[in-house]
Write a protein that binds this ligand. Structure first.
Ligand SMILES: [Zn+2]
Length: 333
């Protein structure tokens, strides 16, 4: 496991201070401080990391947008990125097991593997539910749709990057402070908008809002996607239609990444609006657009929920969607 000690030691030294050149030093030791190579997985985490590291490190996402991150298998070519990365930020909570395994096989000694979700909540805070049943052992991994938890991701990244790249520690800390302020504004706007929603009950296809609901006082009436990502059985569908009628929710929510004819049919039969645009790891817009960011994703989803359920999302629509540092990350499409 220590085959690459020399390389790793050099990388750390180079990141800390410019190496003093003495006579006969190899060409390697004359290189200036190198930007660290940071690998991330899903796009919202890539965006959070980009807000912290800005242009001081190279950030590369692994999971292409619009794919099912829960079943994603990285191509063998990802091994090359992982073998060169200084650190890999994963969501963890068993969301990206094939990518984590590939990282463990290929990361060089001294490189980091940081599972943000596992450092954010403890096991007694895991949420298990219909789509993520306890018997399968995988908790609901969607922490980043809850701004109160996403801010912890940013904090962990800022602290970890400061250790790996002390020369830029102040920059990362300042970006974290600015990002935390943005999240405070988002939090306030969400609470203002949600206060106008007559009944805060959520029925979704993809089960991505469990932690959000707990922190923002929403009730998850149901999520429909079963744990193997197949369609629900006719019995489950019938139960759900009954539940929707009983709960009297005016709208149910599909996912942009998981088109669901079944949910559409459920909406028709229950006589409620079917809104099929929510997203959890596919950012709105295109790379380079302001809304192509974690913040843009939050505003998009929570405006959609608020307005479909009869509330006023004005406070959310008024938010300035911005990154606090230049987002130069590579988002695979
Ligand atoms: Zn998801």
């Amino acid at each position: 496991m220590h085959r690459f000690v020399a390389t790793a030691a050099f990388a750390v030294a180079a990141a800390v201070v410019p190496v003093t050149v003495t006579g006969g030093a190899s060409a390697e030791t004359t290189e200036p401080t190198a930007r660290l190579l940071v690998a991330t997985t899903v796009a919202p985490i890539t965006s959070i990391v980009a807000n912290i590291v800005g242009d001081r490190a190279d950030v590369r996402g692994i999971v292409p947008e619009g794919t099912n991150s829960h079943t994603f298998e990285p191509r063998p070519s990802v091994a090359e990125l992982l073998s060169e990365a200084d650190v890999v930020y994963l969501n963890g909570l068993m969301l990206e097991e094939p990518t984590r395994q590939l990282a463990e096989e290929h990361l060089r000694d001294g490189a980091g593997l940081v599972e943000l979700g596992d450092r954010t909540i403890t096991e007694d805070e895991y949420i298990f539910d219909f789509s993520f049943p306890e018997r399968d052992g995988k908790p609901n991994p969607h922490l980043w749709t809850d701004p109160l938890l996403a801010v912890r991701y940013a904090e962990i990244v800022a602290a970890d990057m400061a250790e790996r790249d002390p020369a830029n520690a102040d920059y990362y800390a300042a970006n974290y402070d600015a990002f935390a302020d943005v999240i405070d504004e988002l939090d306030a706007a969400m609470r203002e908008a949600f206060a106008t929603v007559p009944v805060r009950k959520l029925i979704t296809y993809h089960d991505a809002y469990a932690y959000f609901a707990a922190d923002y006082d929403w009730e998850i009436v149901g999520a429909i996607q079963v744990s193997d990502f197949e369609d629900p059985t006719p019995r489950e569908v019938a139960d759900l239609i009954e539940q929707i009628r009983a709960e009297q929710v005016p709208a149910i929510f599909g996912s942009e990444v998981f088109p669901s004819p079944v949910l559409e049919q459920i909406g028709e039969e229950a006589g409620v609006e079917y809104v099929d645009v929510l997203r959890d790891d596919d950012l709105p817009g295109e790379p380079g657009d302001a809304e192509h960011s974690w913040l843009g994703l939050m505003v998009f989803d929570y405006v959609t929920m608020t307005e479909a359920l009869g509330g006023d999302a004005g406070a959310l629509r008024a938010l300035d969607i911005r990154n606090v540092a230049p987002d130069e990350a590579d988002y695979p499409q």
